[in-house]
Write a protein that binds this ligand. Structure first.
Ligand SMILES: Nc1ncnc2c1ncn2[C@@H]1O[C@H](COP(=O)(O)OP(=O)(O)OP(=O)(O)O)[C@@H](O)[C@H]1O
Ligand SMILES: [Mg+2]
Length: 294
C-alpha cells in the first residue's frame, strides 16, 4: 500500500494557478523530496494532501484512505508554525498527542524530545526558545504520535549543521522502520543525502521526477594518469577521454580502491581520482532554467 497517492491536483488562487495537475506517490519506507523554487506550489500541494486546502480538482489517498481518515497516523511539520509560548515543550507535545487522539506514555514523549535534542529543555517555556529549538520542537510534534507517514515542510531551515545531521539520521531511522517521509526543503544537499526519490515542481507543475540515480545519471570517476599502458586501458574498461582525464563509469565508489591498486600494479602513475556526477543542485537549476520563459 502506498503512503501517499495524489492524482491530478489543481489549485487556483484568484488569477494565479498555484498547482496545475500534480500527481505522485510516496511508498512506505520511502523518503520523497519535494523541490522547487519559491512559489512553485510545494506548500500548497502538501496542504492539499493533508486536507488543509481544498483542491479544485484531483484526488488524494493517505495510507490508502480518503479525506482525513488517516490523520492520526500522519505527522506534519508545517512551514510556518508557532506554539503557545506559555506552554513548556513537554506540554506542547502532550497537547498534540491529545489532539491526535493518541495514547503515548509520558516517558515515550520525553524520548521524542530527546530524539530532537531537546531532552534538557522539556520543562522550559516555548516562548523562550530559539528559532532552531522551535523547529526541533515542531519535529518532535510531527513524530510524537508514531506516525506511519511524516510530512515535513522545511524541517531544517533554522537548524545548525549538527541539527541537520541529526535530522538526517532521524529520517533514515524512520525509513528503516518503513515510515514514509515527504520532505520539502531548499537545502538541496540534505535532500540529496536522504531522499530516495525527488519530485521537482516549477510553476505548479512537475518539471522532473525520479530516483536520484535517474535524475543525476551514472556515477563516474575522473582519473588523471601518466604512463598508461594498453593493459591499463583495458582495466579502465569503457572509458572516455576528457582533456587530460580518463572518465570511467562506475556503479559506486566501492570499486575505487581496487581499481587504483590495479592501475598502480600495471605501472600507471595516479595523480588524481575525482568522483563525478552532477549534483542535485546542478540538476535542479538545469530543470528550472530550462523551463523559464514557458
Ligand atoms: N492562501 C493563498 N492565497 C493566495 N495565493 C496563495 C495562497 N497560498 C499560496 N498562494 C500562491 O500560490 C503559489 C504557490 O505557493 P506555495 O506556498 O505553495 O509555494 P512554495 O513552493 O511552497 O514556495 P516556498 O518555497 O516559498 O515555500 C504562490 O504564487 C503563492 O503566492
Ligand atoms: Mg513553501
Amino acid at each position: 500500500m502506498t503512503a501517499v497517492w495524489a492524482s491530478g491536483l489543481r489549485k487556483r488562487y484568484k488569477r494565479r494557478q498555484a498547482v496545475d495537475g500534480v500527481s505522485f506517490t510516496v511508498g512506505r519506507g520511502e523518503v520523497l523530496g519535494l523541490l522547487g523554487p519559491n512559489g512553485a506550489g510545494k506548500t500548497t500541494v502538501i496542504k492539499m494532501l493533508l486536507g488543509l486546502v481544498q483542491p479544485d480538482a484531483g484526488e488524494v489517498l493517505l495510507l490508502g484512505r480518503r479525506g482525513t481518515q488517516a490523520r492520526e497516523r500522519v505527522g506534519y511539520l508545517p512551514e510556518l508554525f508557532r506554539y503557545q509560548p506559555w506552554l513548556t515543550a513537554a506540554e506542547v507535545l502532550r497537547l498534540h498527542v491529545r489532539l491526535a487522539g493518541a495514547h503515548i506514555p509520558d516517558d515515550e514523549q520525553r524520548e521524542t524530545l530527546g530524539l530532537v535534542g531537546l531532552a534538557d529543555r522539556a520543562g522550559d517555556r516555548v516562548g523562550g526558545f530559539s528559532k532552531g529549538m522551535q523547529q526541533r520542537l515542531g519535529l518532535a510534534v510531527a513524530l510524537v504520535a508514531r506516525p506511519e507517514l511524516v510530512v515535513l515542510d522545511e524541517p531544517t531551515s533554522a537548524l545548525d549543521p549538527i541539527g541537520r545531521a541529526d535530522v538526517r539520521d532521524l529520517l533514515l531511522a524512520l525509513r528503516d522502520r518503513q515510515v514514509a517521509v515527504l520532505l520539502n526543503s531548499h537545502l538541496i544537499g540534505e535532500v540529496e543525502r536522504v531522499c530516495d526519490r525527488v519530485v521537482i515542481l516549477d510553476q505548479g507543475r512537475i518539471a522532473a521526477e525520479g530516483t536520484l540515480a535517474e535524475l543525476l545519471g551514472q556515477r563516474e570517476l575522473r582519473l588523471r594518469l601518466d604512463d598508461v599502458t594498453a593493459a591499463a586501458e583495458d582495466r579502465l574498461g569503457g572509458f572516455t577521454r576528457d582533456q587530460d582525464a580518463y572518465v570511467v563509469p562506475i556503479p559506486d565508489l566501492d570499486v575505487v580502491p581496487e581499481l587504483v591498486a590495479d592501475l598502480v600494479k600495471l605501472g600507471v602513475r595516479v595523480h588524481a581520482v575525482e568522483p563525478g556526477r552532477i549534483t542535485l543542485e546542478e540538476r535542479l537549476l538545469e530543470v528550472i532554467r530550462g523551463g523559464e520563459g514557458r
